[in-house]
Design a protein around this ligand. Structure first.
Ligand code: NDP
Length: 429
């Protein structure tokens, strides 16, 4: 990556940005053509992807720059509708890269399939019978999807969890059997669902119960990704705050998000701004990642911050983020959607583990940027500056008018649509 070509990337126009990425050896000539064509989704592909398809719906697609993750540089693809997210990610990544970059730890990628059994006469006895027949259960599960076994993955372990009746909300007892499945490069929903459904009759016969359902759990607690960064206070100082003050205020901002669910929800939303954008750009299932992240945030019984910011012994600021990341590099829409295919190529066709490293780092960087802005100049200064452009366009500004209206709007007392329209009307035709 020849980074000098990326200088003031945000000030370039779209064509210049594409040229800059090519000059920096991040994309090829062929990629330039794909981007010029806006990574268009062919009608036939779109029609096969969903039911009742009538059009394609586009989102802006950008790159988060300056990411240094486990010693490797990345331009990270991000698809999203909200202004300021990519700017914030890139700015965080720049500071963190000066501090040595992100370091990540990725757990072995094991997914969980659940088979729920009801009307089980003796839960504890049934649990024991299930565990005693672990090898048979694994064999039957693997026979249902032999190709993943041939690749080196498949069902590896069985757990059983009796869930006692809850008289308060009047639910009966259940026995929930978990299959732990290695899905390798795939997110694995279809592999897991196939296996979970295939072993239902056998589990019914073992437990004398009746299967209610078999499906994956999106609470992927056996597929955790962690990112860490350590930032010296010298990189944190702002005009009105010393580096130590910024560090301490970031730590306090995290502490309030650990204890207050109202704050934690917004804090975590900021993390998901970056995570969803990369998950979506890489053709992965963002609903699954969202559901898993929020369940993990509530694992103590209370919904809390997903990140943790603390002070190192030498006074540096240390940030960590751990999150379930059941993403894939194959399967779903990944190999058929032009945008998804492009994103994987842009990242150097990473393995699923490497992609987890990238995504969790973006989440941590996004959180750093958001809370740093919140506890110093406030979030509106940067956010509304970028939002001004959306207002100018909403007011009807076209071509060169967009920048003129945006600049005047930034200086106006009331940055809203009505003011944007007034400014536009006053411009010479
Ligand atoms: P697919 O079934 O589309 O693809 C996975 C398949 O890719 C594997 O079964 C395997 O098939 C093949 N494959 C090729 N190379 C590899 C490799 N190196 N490692 C692993 N598999 C490989 O996708 P998933 O099973 O991953 O399911 C993801 C989709 O399921 C997403 O679109 C998601 O939205 C959706 N989904 C999500 C649910 C949820 O989250 N609750 C529920 C249901 C669906 P083979 O070995 O036969 O070649």
């Amino acid at each position: 990556m020849e980074k000098q070509h990326l200088h003031k990337f945000y000030q370039k126009n779209r064509t210049e940005r594409i040229e800059a990425l090519a000059a920096a050896n991040i994309i090829s000539e062929e990629d330039k053509l794909a981007l010029t064509d806006h990574l268009a989704l062919p009608e036939e592909t779109a029609n096969h992807m969903i039911e009742n398809q009538i059009a394609t719906y586009q989102l802006p697609y950008g790159v988060g720059l300056n990411f240094l993750i486990d010693g490797k540089e990345y331009a990270v693809p991000m698809a999203m509708e909200e202004p300021s997210v990519i700017a914030a990610a890139s700015s965080a990544a720049k500071i963190i890269s000066q501090a040595g970059g992100f370091e990540t730890t990725i757990q072995e990628r094991t997914m969980i399939g659940q088979i729920v059994l009801k009307d089980v006469p003796d839960l504890e006895a049934a649990k024991q019978v299930v565990l005693d027949h672990t090898e048979d259960i694994l064999q039957k599960a693997n026979e249902a999807h032999p190709s993943i076994v041939k690749r080196g993955g498949g069902a590896k372990a069985v757990e059983a969890r009796p869930i006692a009746a809850d008289d308060q909300v009047q639910t009966p007892d259940f026995l929930v059997v978990h299959l732990h499945i290695e899905t390798l490069e795939a997110m694995g929903a279809n592999i897991i669902d196939t296996m979970a459904e295939a072993i239902k009759p056998y589990l019914e016969s073992l437990t004398n119960g009746a299967a209610l359902m078999g499906i994956l759990s999106n609470y992927a607690t056996e597929c955790l990704a962690t990112a860490r960064c350590q930032i010296p206070v010298s990189l944190l100082a702002r005009a009105d705050y010393s580096g130590e003050e910024v560090r301490d205020r970031i730590i306090e901002a995290c502490q309030i998000a650990i204890v207050d669910p109202y704050r934690a929800t917004t804090h975590n939303k900021g993390i998901m701004n970056g995570i969803d954008a990369v998950v979506l750009a890489t053709g992965n299932d963002f609903r699954s990642i969202e559901a898993g992240a929020h369940a993990y945030a509530a694992r103590s019984g209370q919904y809390r911050s997903l990140t943790n910011w603390t002070k190192a012994e030498n006074g540096d600021l240390v940030g960590t983020l751990t999150i379930p990341l059941a993403i894939g590099t194959v399967g779903g829409s990944i190999s058929i959607h032009p945008g998804a295919k492009f994103s994987h190529k842009l990242l150097g066709n990473p393995s699923a583990k490497e992609l987890e490293s990238i995504i969790v780092s973006v989440g941590l960087g996004q959180n750093f940027s958001a809370i740093k802005a919140l506890v110093t100049e406030g979030i509106q200064k940067g956010h509304m500056g970028l939002h001004a452009k959306s207002l100018a366009i909403s007011a009807g500004a076209k071509g060169e008018q967009v920048d003129v209206v945006t600049e005047k709007l930034k200086q106006s007392k009331n940055m809203n649509l009505a003011t944007a329209k007034e400014i536009l009307e006053q411009l010479p035709n």
